[in-house]
Write a protein that binds this ligand. Structure first.
Ligand code: NAP
Length: 334
């Protein structure tokens, strides 16, 4: 079968035998995968994301079950399924153990292959209205946005949320905020992307590159008060920018590491605003199920920027790195 592997730190296309399954595994023929910012960290071997050995990358895939082990109870041949990023976080609150075994990370092979053998708890069926490409966008970006905006959020109908950027996580955050009835402000460095964000349901948009005083614009929109919650996909020093945007007792949901994993933080402002800094780490399988139910009721369609053929994975990763996308980038295998 065709797959990509990071061998000695270099991503390359390889041919190898189709995996065989044991009694506790499910064999899936992968139809489509999607890219996350995390895949850049893994393929480029950054920090904790550097693979410990030769590794098939990518966490998010969708396909069809083609074979099941004799002990499998919950899946049958023909089921349309997606991978789950953290199979060991089935329910309840987070613990370090529940993050062990994250798919397509430093320690475990991912989904960028024609066939993948999964344990049963690493799969979920998805609603019929979604295509394989659409379903492949869900395991990381959608779940993380759902966790930040719905599961962990105390916001109510009419509360104001500020969403930074228009990449994968950000646009799902926009779509779920719309379902929840929040007032939505979106920032981007690109006017065309902001126009599209408005079409998706953003009430206010701000170009953070053209307007160096973009934080004041957030404050003007909220009549000087600040927003109830920020979804911060940048991290690093950006946390202090986000803190400036929230109202007293507001929440900064710390989702991303684009700006690095360390930053200067105004601890006085955290105290003075009685701010809540909420880290967000993907989500559990139970949360994924609740997200799929809500998406199915409202027929939420993931925003896909482009779909690349399997041979063009390096070009797709480059597009992600350069930030030319609005929403998700997918790879089609079949
Ligand atoms: N905690 C978790 O479980 C989790 C899960 C998923 C992702 N993440 C992290 O979340 C981040 C976003 O992931 P993603 O997959 O959505 O990435 P992505 O699709 O590449 O989107 C990132 C977006 O951030 C915006 N951006 C970049 N630099 C910015 C800056 N300096 N100021 C403001 N906005 C900026 C850009 O929006 P514009 O182009 O519109 O300007 C870009 O499209 C990554 O760091 C990723 O590792 C974390």
């Amino acid at each position: 079968m065709k797959s990509y592997k990071i061998i000695n730190g270099i991503l390359q296309q390889v041919m190898e035998g189709q995996p065989s399954i044991n009694k506790n595994q499910v064999l899936v023929k992968i139809n489509a995968v999607s890219l996350n910012y995390r895949d850049l960290l893994v393929t480029e071997g950054v920090g904790q994301w550097k693979p410990t050995e030769d590794r098939i990358p990518l966490s998010d895939g969708a396909g069809q079950v083609v074979e099941i082990g004799s002990s499998i109870k919950n899946f049958k041949v023909g089921d349309r399924v997606t991978s789950l990023i953290t199979p060991n976080w089935e329910s309840g609150s987070l613990s370090p153990q529940k993050l062990v075994g994250a798919i397509g990370g430093a320690m475990v092979d991912g989904v960028l292959a024609e066939y993948v053998a999964f344990p049963e708890n690493a799969l979920s069926r998805f609603p019929d209205y979604l295509s394989y490409e659409e379903a492949a966008t869900l395991p990381v970006a959608a779940l993380t946005a759902w966790n930040a905006v719905i599961e962990q959020s105390p916001l109510k109908l009419g509360s104001t949320i500020l969403i930074i950027g228009t990449g994968g996580v950000s646009l799902f955050a926009l779509q779920f905020s719309k379902l929840a009835g929040y007032r939505i402000i979106v920032t981007s460095g690109n006017d065309e992307k902001l126009m599209k964000a408005k079409q998706l349901g953003a009430h206010h948009t701000i170009n953070y590159k053209r307007n160096k005083d973009w934080i004041n614009e957030v404050l003007t929109i909220t009549k000087g008060e600040g927003v109830d919650q920020v979804v911060d996909v940048v991290g690093g020093d950006h946390i202090t920018e986000s803190l400036k945007c929230i109202k007293s007792e507001g929440i900064v949901s710390m989702v991303g590491v684009i700006g690095g994993t360390h930053g200067l933080i105004d601890t006085g402002m955290i105290m003075g605003k009685a701010a809540r800094i909420q880290g967000v780490e993907t989500g559990s399988s139970e949360m994924y199920g609740r997200m799929l139910t809500a998406m199915n009721i409202h027929k939420v369609r993931p925003v896909i920027h482009s779909v690349f053929p399997f041979e063009k994975v390096p070009e797709a990763l480059l597009l992600l790195k350069e930030g030319g996308h609005f929403g998700k980038i997918c790879i089609k295998l079949i």
